[in-house]
Write a protein that binds this ligand. Structure first.
Ligand SMILES: NC(=O)c1ccc[n+]([C@@H]2O[C@H](COP(=O)([O-])OP(=O)(O)OC[C@H]3O[C@@H](n4cnc5c(N)ncnc54)[C@H](O)[C@@H]3O)[C@@H](O)[C@H]2O)c1
Ligand SMILES: O=C(O)C[C@H](O)C(=O)O
Ligand SMILES: [Mg+2]
Length: 655
């Protein structure tokens, strides 16, 4: 648990500093007295010390609130502090109420109806809340009823955001306990719609917004974040948001959503998460014409200028928050590859779309191959889409094959990548983007294959992966051709079909289509969630269960593992291990149902396994900076001890 000491010597603005270097700053279930509570207890101590009768004098409140809020973020704190003063000085509101009211207004302090009678008295909350005391489960029941009564998913999202703005514990309890229902609201697909309308839906800031015009102030802006020492940052420039293209600053919904899942799925304390959007202009004409658009109203800056901006951002981030892991998200492919190559050896960072997607699809592929009846070495894979995700996934799978004994050339030969111009070949006649060159085929004898049907006819694949951001490109004839090519011998071999594009409106085909067109034999995973469905055949009802092949199964565990192992960088092996451990995390029921990923309700359990194995990989690669004695102890006690260590450090709101 985090421990903080406040230096009061040189300035009236105390600065927090960790006094427990070996302890993680992720707060745990056992630590309901997280940093914010710590601040409050400091506040309360000072208040009661200054007045044993607990009638509070205004200067004590002022000082307490300074202690509570001025420690990290001046603008934010001054705002809070200003409000306290304002309330405290208002004729109709007593000084005691001011302190209590402030607690209820701070989403990280507010425990809603969970405050005990003692806490209500001690914190001047008496009468500010209805009489009942309710645990979080009860409060979730109320919230669920409200959410379910809303007509649209955007309305549900907005309701959830209101809860997040008021009571962080309640928001995360809801998300953790109702992952299947809530995740599609705070993440894909709803978050796609939210991003499209972000500038209209906007009510309050939830991220750092750094524009190219603020290049000289990046450090100051980072320091302005109200919570101390973030451990994980998700940053985008909004240039390729899901499959929706360039949304500019409106893309900030993605870092916000991903970080909500860092907390829900991996227990990273919400105070330790930092969403950032870099505003480099946008190519999106709709946004540029929208009078409410919140970003810079100008065209995207040139790639070179953004490179410099990015260098400055990465440098500033490392200087201001040296422990923070940076996750690159939804940068258009050229930048995605460049930034990953440029910073991966010098900064604690990884790219979710390239590496996270690579890992999650590898995990699903391992499971699917086991069920397919086609041995691993006989598999032939066609990828529709050769962008950051397509190439990232194909490379991860090549690594898997090489680890299983194939030469790199033989492994690479198993992949046929297709883009808008057809099969990617060396002699296609167009200038191939750098990231595609590795997979460009040379065995096509000068013939070019322009359509997916032609490619399937030529390759006879056993697996078809879609990362095109284009709805419906897996047509009936394509899927039927895939099935025919896999099971030409009538041996009951099953096709692997992964339409992975997000959100649902961009999926290459639907789950029902895939089942129908393959007579129920498909091994299916999609990026956004489809529902199970049942069909009656004769007396039998058969229920088909889809899989969600989304990087949410790995990025939270990769980030948590990197943080807890205090990794100096994120290595390829850490990413690879996340895939292998996810593939091994299915329970008996999931295996029995023929699933290839754990059910989404178990994403938190899976993330802990992934984090544990990522930590071990960090250690093996020599990038964990934890003390050696710690590792020796875990080696002695094994996974149980390491799992316990992780569980003790993760956020799990209770009461
Ligand atoms: N499931 C997941 O976890 C996950 C992870 C990352 C990305 N994605 C999704 O993958 C999609 C692509 O992401 P990206 O970063 O690779 O984008 P990208 O823009 O870098 O790549 C898209 C690729 O698809 C090709 N393409 C587009 N339309 C096509 C068509 N009709 N036929 C053939 N090829 C076509 C393009 O030429 C390009 O190679 C997005 O929808 C994104 O949401 C899903
Ligand atoms: O955001 C997601 O749901 C997955 C992925 O990172 C994407 O870009 O589509
Ligand atoms: Mg993404």
């Amino acid at each position: 648990m985090a421990a903080y000491a406040y230096s009061t010597s040189s300035s009236d603005i105390p600065t927090p500093r960790s006094i427990s270097p070996s302890a993680s700053v992720i707060s745990g279930r056992s630590s309901q007295s997280s940093i914010s509570n710590k601040r409050m207890s400091i506040s309360s101590r000072r208040i009661s010390a200054s007045n044993p009768m607990s009638s509070v004098d205004i200067s004590a409140i002022e000082e307490a609130m300074k202690m509570a809020t001025l420690d990290t973020h001046r603008g934010y704190a001054q705002n809070h502090y200003g409000q306290v003063q304002q309330y405290a000085k208002t004729e109709y509101i007593s000084q005691n109420q001011a302190a209590g009211y402030q607690i209820l207004r701070e989403p990280l302090w507010n425990k809603g109806l969970s405050f005990t009678p003692e806490q209500r008295v001690a914190r001047n909350l008496t009468g500010l809340l209805p009489h009942v005391m309710e645990n979080l489960d009860k409060q979730c029941e109320r919230a669920l009823r409200m959410i379910r009564s809303r007509q649209t998913n955007i309305d549900r999202y907005l309701y959830l955001s209101t809860i997040k703005d008021q009571n962080v514990d309640l928001f995360y309890r809801l998300l953790i306990d109702n992952a299947k229902e809530m995740m599609p609201l705070v993440y894909t697909p709803t978050i796609g719609d939210v991003c499209l309308q972000y500038s209209t839906l906007y009510t309050r800031p939830e991220a750092l917004y750094i524009s190219i015009k603020q290049r000289k102030s990046i450090k100051t802006i980072l320091q302005n974040w109200p919570y101390p020492n973030p451990e994980i940052c998700v940053v985008t420039d909004g240039s390729r948001i899901l499959g929706l293209g360039d949304l500019g600053v409106n893309g900030v919904g993605i870092p916000i959503g991903k970080l909500a899942l860092y907390t829900a799925a991996a227990g990273i304390h919400p105070e330790k998460t930092l969403p950032i959007v870099l505003d480099c202009g946008t190519a999106n004409e709709t946004n540029l014409k929208d009078p409410l658009y919140l970003g810079m109203r100008s065209k995207r800056i040139p790639v070179e200028e953004q490179q410099e901006f990015m260098d400055e951002f990465m440098e500033a981030a490392r200087e201001v928050y040296p422990e923070m892991v940076v996750q690159f998200e939804d940068f258009e492919s050229e930048k995605a590859f460049n930034y990953l190559d440029r910073y991966r050896h010098t900064h604690k960072c990884f790219n979710d779309d390239i590496q996270g997607t690579g890992a999650v699809v590898l995990a699903g592929y391992i499971g699917a191959v086991n069920l397919s009846g086609v041995p691993l070495e006989e598999q032939r894979l066609v990828f529709m889409g050769a962008g950051s995700a397509g190439v990232g996934v194909a490379k991860q799978l090549v690594e898997y094959y090489t680890k299983r004994g194939l030469s790199e050339a033989a492994a690479r030969d198993k992949f046929w990548l297709v883009d808008t111009k057809g099969l990617v070949t060396k002699d296609r006649g167009d200038k191939l983007a750098d990231h595609k060159k590795y997979f460009a085929r040379t065995d096509n004898n000068g013939h070019q294959f322009r359509t997916l049907e032609e490619v399937i006819e030529y390759v006879k694949p056993s697996a078809l992966v879609g990362l095109t951001a284009t709805f419906g490109v897996f047509t009936e004839s394509v899927v039927r051709a895939l099935k025919a090519s896999v099971d030409a011998g009538g041996l009951g071999r099953r096709p692997i079909l992964f339409p992975l594009s997000n959100p649902l409106t961009k999926a290459e085909c639907t789950f029902e289509q895939a089942v129908q067109w393959t007579e129920g034999t498909v091994l299916f995973a999609s990026g956004s969630p489809f529902s199970s469905f049942s069909v009656k055949t004769g007396d039998h009802i058969v229920t088909h269960h889809p899989n969600q092949g989304n990087n949410v199964y790995v990025f939270p565990g990769i980030g948590l593992g990197a943080i807890l192992s205090k990794a100096s960088k994120v290595t390829d092996n850490m990413i690879y291990t996340s895939a292998a451990s996810l593939a091994a995390s299915l329970n008996a029921d999931e295996i029995h149902k023929g699933l290839i990923y754990p059910r989404i309700e178990r994403v938190r359990e899976a993330s802990i396994i992934v984090a544990r194995e990522v930590m071990k990989a960090a250690r093996l690669d020599g990038v964990s900076t934890l003390p050696e004695e710690q590792w020796i102890e875990w080696e002695e006690w094994g996974d149980v001890a390491l799992t316990k260590y992780i569980k003790e450090r993760i956020y799990d709101p209770v009461i």
